[in-house]
Design a protein around this ligand. Structure first.
Ligand code: HEM
Length: 527
């Protein structure tokens, strides 16, 4: 039996660049090291933490799906009492996670998405107006910022039931606190490191709080005020908040517009007020950053590929012709080429560059004699999989046809994982796709218009606009490699950003400027 605590193989990886190296990229390198040696998996220490890193899709399937009962948790820190916003679905563990997932699943059905469709479209229209003005006057805009404001308004409206108005007012409070959550000042960097490095028991003793006090105060109050107002005035709105209030007051989600039970009272509570607030908070966070990042990169690639842009435009025009010039839920669902564009964007720029799991029961890896002990972390290297030429030939190329039915069938399962997989798959997947499709449709001055003042815009001028609209930090074509290695997590999601920070901090932690020691805690008899 191979012991996890006795390294059998040590080596050092040299990195071309100092700093600016995200945890996701770090795991991509682990992926390359293991696959180049013909290994199906490996074990590494990142800082002081041992990580199991499966790279073979079959083994990944075991972790995420077949043997899920050993890997239920993400391993993030939670303190329901002292840090109520931390007790959300993403962080909850074991039975608490299972219960919450069962309760929340009915809020994300396709029927519920249909119900929220018009609210999303209304938010998209605000973005269209802004884009109109900038395209008409040829004023460059920061596309990531505009898309963040669209998703802030959309998810703010749908998760909190509030008009956030961030498209009209860039300094609106929801935008302010949305940004504030992700701000990485020195204090937040230290907190990220502590959370990564210290055992959870220690964090609990010291009443460690993930969320900044002003952020907590703002979101707690926003939800409390909304819930009280709706209960008092029996307000019905087609959004997540309504469904969460039903869970709080009626024990289950139902299709009617009532917030209280038949007698007008609340009964058995499926959610407490704090639980409700934490779920609204995670919907907001997970909902605005990930989708706006995805749309930003999709627009960036569309701008660089006029042929793809043209095909997308034709598909949208065809959809309008079929649906009497109306933007409908069914019409949006029929945009299958747009699905391919989004899928390819999520392959090339996954907002979560890696997925975490924690081994919650001792686990013997299939067809080996290796046992992972309870408590070992697992890192699934999404970037590695998504850039492996074995599954995606010429991975740097942006090619939506990789997601044709035929090409999808030819690839092994578990090689495209932007939303994770298995029972812990992203619960907001449907919402994310719907929001992104509406955003791409309305937010793109060319694909977004069937006719009207932008009909005359040529591919070339759109390309110009597109490039002006590209993510602030995205370097030129010539710096492509640098972007992949250093910068892209800067413009990508919260997770990429946080991971980049912790990647840097970890390097300091290891007292190494250009090197990271990779200690394998077992090596491969098991190819
Ligand atoms: C492009 C957009 C999005 C991407 C790429 C994305 C990706 C992910 C990933 C990778 C996970 C972890 C899955 C795993 O551990 O296997 C996750 C979990 C989650 N996501 Fe998303 N997400 C997106 C949008 C959303 C939206 C719009 C919402 C809510 C409205 C949302 C809510 C959640 C929640 C609550 C979890 C935790 C699920 C659980 O632990 O049971 N996500 N997402």
């Amino acid at each position: 039996m191979t012991s996890l605590t006795h390294p059998t193989d040590n080596y050092t990886v040299m990195y071309a660049e100092e700093g600016r190296y995200s945890l996701g990229q770090q795991f991509e390198d682990f992926y390359k090291i293991f696959t180049s040696r013909g290994l199906k998996h490996g074990g590494v220490h990142v800082g002081i933490k041992p990580f199991y890193v499966p790279v073979d899709p079959e083994l990944i399937k075991h972790v995420l799906q077949i043997d899920f009962q050993h890997f239920v948790n993400h391993g993030t820190f939670i303190d329901e009492v002292n840090d109520p916003l931390s007790a959300h679905l993403f962080s909850l563990e074991d039975a608490k996670w299972r219960n919450m997932r069962v309760k929340l699943t009915p809020t994300f059905t396709s029927g519920k998405m249909k119900m929220m469709f018009q609210t999303l479209v209304q938010c998209g229209v605000g973005m269209k107006e802004l884009m109109d003005a900038s395209a008409k006057n040829r004023i460059p805009i920061d596309i990531k910022d505009i898309l963040c404001r669209y998703t802030t308004d959309a998810i703010g409206s749908i998760a909190f039931g509030l008009e956030c108005n961030s498209l009209k007012d860039p300094d609106s409070v929801f935008r302010k606190y949305g940004k504030r959550v992700f701000e990485m000042d020195m204090r937040s960097q230290i907190k990220t490191l502590l959370q990564f490095a210290l055992p959870h028991q220690v964090l609990k003793v010291f009443k460690f709080k993930q969320n900044k006090p002003d952020v907590e105060e703002f979101f707690m109050k926003a939800v409390k005020d909304t819930v009280e107002f709706r209960e008092k005035n029996n307000v019905y709105r087609k959004d997540f908040m309504h469904l969460l209030i039903q869970l709080k007051n009626r024990g289950a989600v139902s299709d009617d517009g009532k917030v209280l039970n038949e007698e007008g009272r609340s009964e058995e509570k499926a959610l407490t007020m704090n639980e409700l607030t934490a779920q609204a908070f995670i919907f907001f966070l997970a909902g605005f950053e990930t989708s706006s990042t995805t749309m930003t990169f999709a627009l960036y690639e569309i701008a660089r590929h006029p042929d793809i842009q043209e095909k997308l435009r034709q598909e949208i025009n065809g959809m309008f012709e079929k649906h009497d010039d109306q933007l409908t839920y069914d019409g949006i669902m029929e945009l299958t080429y747009m699905d391919k564009v989004l899928n390819e964007t999520l392959r090339k720029y996954p907002p979560f560059p890696m997925i975490l799991r924690k081994c919650s029961r001792d686990y013997t890896i299939p067809d080996t004699q290796i046992t992972l002990k309870k408590g070992v972390n697992v890192g699934i290297p999404i970037l590695g999989l998504h850039n492996d030429p074995k599954y995606y030939p010429n991975p740097e190329k942006f090619d939506p046809e990789r997601f044709s039915e035929e090409n999808k069938r030819s690839r092994p399962a578990f090689t495209w994982l932007p939303f994770g997989e298995g029972p812990r798959l992203c619960i907001g997947l449907r919402f994310a796709v719907l929001q992104s499709k509406i955003g791409l449709k309305l937010g793109n001055p060319v694909t977004g218009y069937k006719s009207g003042m932008f009909r005359g815009i040529t591919n070339k001028s759109w390309l110009r606009l597109g490039l002006q609209c590209e993510p602030r930090e995205t370097p030129t074509e010539a710096e492509k490699l640098r972007r992949r290695k250093a910068d892209w997590s800067y413009v990508t999601s919260l997770f990429g950003y946080a991971a980049r920070i912790s990647g840097e901090v970890l390097q300091v932690f290891l007292r190494s400027k250009k090197k990271i020691e990779v200690k394998m805690f077992f090596s491969g008899t098991d190819r």
